[in-house]
Structures are given as C-alpha cells and as structure tokens.
Ligand binder design. Structure first.
Ligand SMILES: [Zn+2]
Length: 227
C-alpha cells in the first residue's frame, strides 16, 4: 500500500504527480473514485453537517464535488485551498487541501467561524455549472451590484479594478442587430479581480463563464430515401 502523498514528488515544489504514474490508469481511476466518495459529506439539502457544525455548501462547490477531476487536478497534489480573513490579524490566510471534501470540512468546522465569507477555491478553476450558463454578469444583492461568476471560488462575486488601471484585449461576445446573432469582437477591457480569491477576468474560464449563450436547436435530418 502506497501512501497518497507518495504519489507526488515531482516539479519544482514536489507537488506534481510522479512521471511514472501519470499514465497509470489504475492510479488515475483510484484518485477519481476517491474524489467521488467525497460526495458523502453533502446532505440532500446541500449542507455539510458534521459534529454539530453546519455549512451551506455553495452551488458551484457542490457542482465541483460531482464533476470528474481534470487531469490538471489529478496531477497536482493540492488542487484546492480555503481562504479566509482573520478577525484578529486582519490578514487573508489560505490553506491548501488535497481533497475538496477536506476543504469543505475545514470551512464547516473552523474557517466559517473566523470569517463568514470563507471560501473554497479551485487552483485550476471550474467552468460555470450548465444551469447557470449565460446568466452572468448580473446585478445581485441590495443595492443591486454587478456580480460575475468566479471560476476559481465557484460563486457569484464582486470584481474590482486594479489600482494601476491595467487593461488587456480579449474577444467579447456581443449581440449584432444587423446579423441578429452574437458576434465575437476584439475589445479593450479593464483588468478586474475577484474580491475574495484574486482570480482575474483575463482567464479563459472566466471569459466563457461570463458571456451570453445562444441556444442551438438541432433539426432532425430529413431521411434519405433508399432505392
Ligand atoms: Zn474568486
């Protein structure tokens, strides 16, 4: 029996999956099953309840619990972390986790009491859950303010401009009244970053999670007549 952390040890920090295991199907399936078993901590109402503590698991995090891991997540020893602001030191802290379920347990038992806004973050980012596609950015809260979907902390978040006014160019999906469909336009955008995890809008997962979607109706193909 090999210990879980013996599977890692490559890369500059020693936190990458060992090269001889990276194409080993048994190891990869084992890690996938281990991640899947993490679902057990979720109640039917979406809470994590343990030893008298309860935490409402955000929908994006629930979605990540059910999703299969990507290879980047498997190849990394710590794909998740928890971030919170200490009430006494007034500083943001973070703690790495090997499993999403252990990160959720840490928030449930400890971090939520230090900071009610403590969040679970994916180092690699997760695409927006399919039922929420095309719904961001949107105005939320009181007073209503623009929220974007943050693919790293897997929640709707406020994003702030950087202090030095950084900008970048990216393709943006915009409605064209002439063509009656969405078009990709090259636009100069202000660099924004998530107020909780610091993820930016310059990220491909951010860009695809915060854009309108068009519904494509597939018409059944006319049957070809056979002679
Ligand atoms: Zn974030």
């Amino acid at each position: 029996m090999t210990r879980r952390d013996e599977l890692y040890g490559e890369g500059v920090s020693g936190n990458r999956l060992r090269g001889d295991l990276s194409s080993n199907r048994k190891v990869i399936e084992l890690l996938q099953r281990h991640h899947q078993r993490g679902n057990a901590i979720l109640s039917s109402t979406g809470y994590c309840v343990v030893d008298g503590h309860a935490w409402r698991v955000p929908m994006g995090v629930q979605h990540a619990l059910h999703a299969r891991l990507t290879f980047a997540q498997i190849a990394s020893k710590y794909p998740w972390y928890v971030t919170w602001v200490s009430p006494t030191k007034r500083r943001r802290f973070s703690k790495n986790f090997m499993d999403l379920s252990s990160a959720i347990l840490f928030v449930t038992k400890k971090a939520q009491y230090l900071d009610p806004a403590a969040a679970v973050v994916s180092h690699h980012g997760m695409y927006i859950p399919i039922p929420l596609m095309g719904k961001f950015p949107r105005k939320m809260g009181k007073p209503p303010r623009t929220h974007y979907w943050c693919p790293r902390c897997m929640c709707p978040r406020r994003f702030a401009r950087s202090d030095n006014g950084d900008t970048f160019y990216a393709m943006k999906k915009e409605w064209s009244n002439d063509k009656l469909r969405y078009e990709m336009k090259d636009r100069r955008l202000a660099l924004l970053s998530c107020t909780i995890c610091g993820g930016t809008n310059r990220d491909s997962k951010f860009r695809s999670s915060n854009q309108p979607v068009s519904h494509v109706v597939l018409r059944s193909r006319a049957r070809t007549r056979r002679r």
